[in-house]
Ligand binder design. Sequence first.
Ligand code: NAD
Length: 313
Amino acid sequence: MEKIAVAGAGAMGGRIGTMIKQAGYDVTLIDYWDEHVAQIQQHGVEIQTEDDTYQLDIEAIHPHEIDTQYDLIIILTKAMQSVEMLQDLKRYDAIKPDTAVLTMMNGLGHHERFSQVIPMSQIFLAVTVWTAGLRGPGQLLLEGTGGIELQRADGEADPRTSTINDIFNNAGLNSTISEDVFQSVWSKATLNSVVNPLCTILNKRIGEFAEYEATRDMIKPIIKEIVAVAAARDVQLSEDALIDKIEATYPEETQGLHYPSMHQDLYSGRYTEVDYLNGQIAKYGDELGVETPNNKLLTHLVHQLELSHVDQD
Ligand code: NAD
């Protein structure tokens, strides 16, 4: 795979794109944010790590400037922009019949939406525990370490899967090929569907949320609904393992001092990914006859907050 694009090159797209670029690959960042693209074109990306700050030259373009086709496209917009991005990539002829289109966005149902635009056989799903921050246009904050699990979305064997896995590993991204990526996608989506809306609605850091003695009573009904919906879609999740995973984020040394990304989005005046988390779980529940009143309520509460925090123009 010679030509690689990262479409949606904010915090996470910036991390993945610059790490692959630094491993010697031909990488282009594609983004809608004019100021960000202009900054990268003029000065490169400024990367701040735990022990260094440096500039990296990397190509950055707006989707309408696409003039080539890519072998691998990694989509890392926020979920609500991803289909528009995929449609633009198609409109500007960036996608060949054998282009692998991979996403590692948080949330559920991305492959189903993408398959309305390109064949399922071109779609790859990944889940990551890497994190990244954006300090401003063209400025990345890359701390900590992580890993990636990936698989073709329809579960079929495909030589491109190991090629992508090798690219990620050559870039130091600690990637593995999964036999069942949906298990990990749903498990991460459960964490995000519990901690993100609750801390956003309560306006609390994760550790502050955990100080309340009945936190487990609050999270269990939400998790039970997700486990039931996942089971109806043939994804087997363990309620106890999910509780452990969520409670592992509470201490200060893990994520206790942080606000989840949904909180950061809302209080920066941006729409959240709630429709791709609790909202998508509720939608699947309605389709499959599984009741999801807690996830529906959380979705409505976050939408209510969006009405008052996001500029509606
Ligand atoms: P992000 O907000 O940094 O970037 C997403 C898109 O928004 C990019 O196209 C970016 O250019 C644009 N954008 C960001 N700030 C902007 C501004 N001020 N004005 C205009 N456009 C702006 O989002 P992200 O954190 O990179 O998340 C991308 C996906 O990856 C999401 O699905 C997220 O849930 C997932 N994810 C993120 C992390 C993380 O640590 N950041 C970790 C795992 C998964």
